[in-house]
Design a protein around this ligand. Structure first.
Ligand code: UD1
Ligand code: MG
Length: 449
């Protein structure tokens, strides 16, 4: 029977000192919440419920943007983790099987660990994910006897011997959904925080004769983000792991410490990332592609044999086919660049199609925006766009056509034709010599006077 995943994402996160709800702070190019959702989705859940509160609308939107089938539940006041799970009761109605509770501020729980929790459910009614940590950490403490988990005590409520327990609560809990709700209905806010604690289900369940057990993971997996410092640390942990994974997959990173990756970056074997680069979300780089230093890439695809940079910017919708060259100070946005095309210097190509083997000269601009609407530029195969051409969209340049250097092209250019749109040159013999002689004479006269 599929598990139902509940992600708690209603908290304030006051220590973030931010107008943005805590769970929307980006980690590796995606909101913290999305990382937690990815963990939960690995179990192919029956329902994925996100409990929202602070910034409810924005959090719900982010959740549905990532996973349209997300069910959201509103927790009107943040009165504790148990209260938050109770807020999901309606969303759980009619759902059979287990509920797994994850936190929206805890991004690194792995599918493998959740799999071990599922297995542990075969031998216990309640399964809690725990980890060993340092005594000064203020996590909840897991009080065990043999294999049994007896109760969870929040740090603020714990006496000295309980605080000395090294086994801490990650917050991740799994139990039959109906049982969890039934136990929570009996939880009382009689604690230091004055909150309804999810963690109380262990003691309440044990009193009924239910069994509870702990599955362990490393602290790295359960790091929760409560401050900017935590967020920075989480980012660093993510980057370190993602770089190591790419190296293991056969990608060459010349400056691994200066390559910033996103949660969904895909880079093929034998691709070369030659120096510092930033990968925003949605980038795929095929095997054997070459990214030179100082590129900023986002929402784009780079095919086998293509090369990009140095100092190039690929924005969402940039699709480079095989053996395309994009050189320095070039920006490409929402454009399909066909095989073998070259855009080598100082150019903006936006909302465009560029045909096979076409050469775009230095300083070319697709003027795609009229202040209100965006328009497309379509350039055929084997075309030659002269340096410093402005292509005023919507406009089409046919196969094998060319534009003369310095042209402003606002009418279609048929296949095989040449468009020239610039003032005709005049040459005035001796003009420069006379002009400068005159100026120098004036300067000399000023000095004397
Ligand atoms: C919780 C656990 C603690 C554990 C720690 C691990 C409880 C009572 N305590 O404490 O044992 O060691 O996590 O990180 O469960 N949230 C809501 N609504 C609320 C309160 C919280 O949605 O009313 C959400 C928050 O957005 C957050 C998550 O629940 O994503 C955890 O809340 P937080 O306040 O961070 O709990 P901790 O004090 O860290
Ligand atoms: Mg927390």
């Amino acid at each position: 029977m599929p598990v139902n995943v509940i992600i708690l994402a209603a908290g304030q996160g006051t220590r973030m000192n931010s107008d943005l709800p805590k769970v929307l702070h980006p980690l590796a190019g995606a909101p913290l919440l999305v990382h937690a959702m990815k963990s939960g989705l690995a179990l192919s859940p029956g329902r994925l419920i996100v409990v929202v509160g602070t910034g409810a609308e924005a959090v719900a939107r982010a959740a549905r943007d990532f996973w349209p089938e997300t069910v959201t539940a509103l927790q009107e006041e943040t009165r504790g983790t148990g209260h938050a799970v109770l807020a999901a009761a309606q969303a759980l109605e009619g759902a059979e099987g287990d509920a797994l509770v994850l936190y929206g501020d805890t991004p690194f729980v792995t599918p493998e660990t959740l799999g071990r929790m599922l297995e542990a459910r075969a031998r216990a009614d309640i399964v809690v994910l725990g980890f060993e940590s340092r005594p000064e950490e203020r996590y909840g403490r897991l009080v065990t006897r043999g294999d049994q988990l007896e109760r969870i005590v929040e740090w603020a409520d714990a006496d000295a011997p309980t605080r000395a327990i090294a086994l801490h609560n990650s917050g991740v809990v799994m139990a039959d959904a109906a049982t969890m709700l039934r136990l929570l209905a009996r939880a009382r806010p009689d604690n230091a925080g004055g909150e309804i604690y999810l963690t109380d289900i262990v003691e309440l369940g044990r009193a009924e004769g239910l069994s509870a057990t702990v599955v362990r993971c490393t602290e790295d997996e359960t790091i929760g983000v409560n401050s900017r410092e935590h967020l920075a640390r989480a980012e660093e942990m993510f980057q370190t792991r993602a770089r190591a994974a790419l190296l293991a997959d056969g990608v060459t990173l010349k400056a691994p410490g200066q390559v910033i990756l996103a949660h969904d970056t895909v880079i093929g074997r034998d691709a070369l990332i030659e120096g510092p680069c930033v990968f925003g979300p949605g980038v795929t780089v095929e095997s054997g592609a070459h990214v030179r230093p100082f590129c900023h890439l986002e929402g784009c695809h780079i095919s086998r044999g293509a090369s990009v940079g140095p100092f190039a910017r690929l924005r969402p919708g940039a699709e480079l086919a095989e053996h395309v060259h994009v050189g320095n100070f070039v920006e490409v946005k929402n454009a399909i660049v066909a095989e073998g095309a070259k855009i080598n210097h100082l150019t903006y190509v936006g909302d465009a199609d560029v045909g096979e083997r076409t050469n775009i000269g230095a300083g070319t601009i697709t003027a795609n925006y009229d202040g209100v609407f965006k328009h497309r530029t379509v350039i055929g195969a084997d075309a030659f766009i002269g340096s410093n051409t402005v292509l005023v969209a919507p406009v089409r340049v046919g196969d094998g056509a060319m534009t003369a250097t310095g042209s402003v092209v606002n009418r279609d250019v048929p296949a095989g034709a040449m468009a020239i749109a610039r003032a005709r040159q005049e040459v005035k013999e001796g003009f420069a010599t006379r002009f400068f002689a005159n100026l120098r004479a004036r300067k000399a006269a000023q000095k004397k006077g």
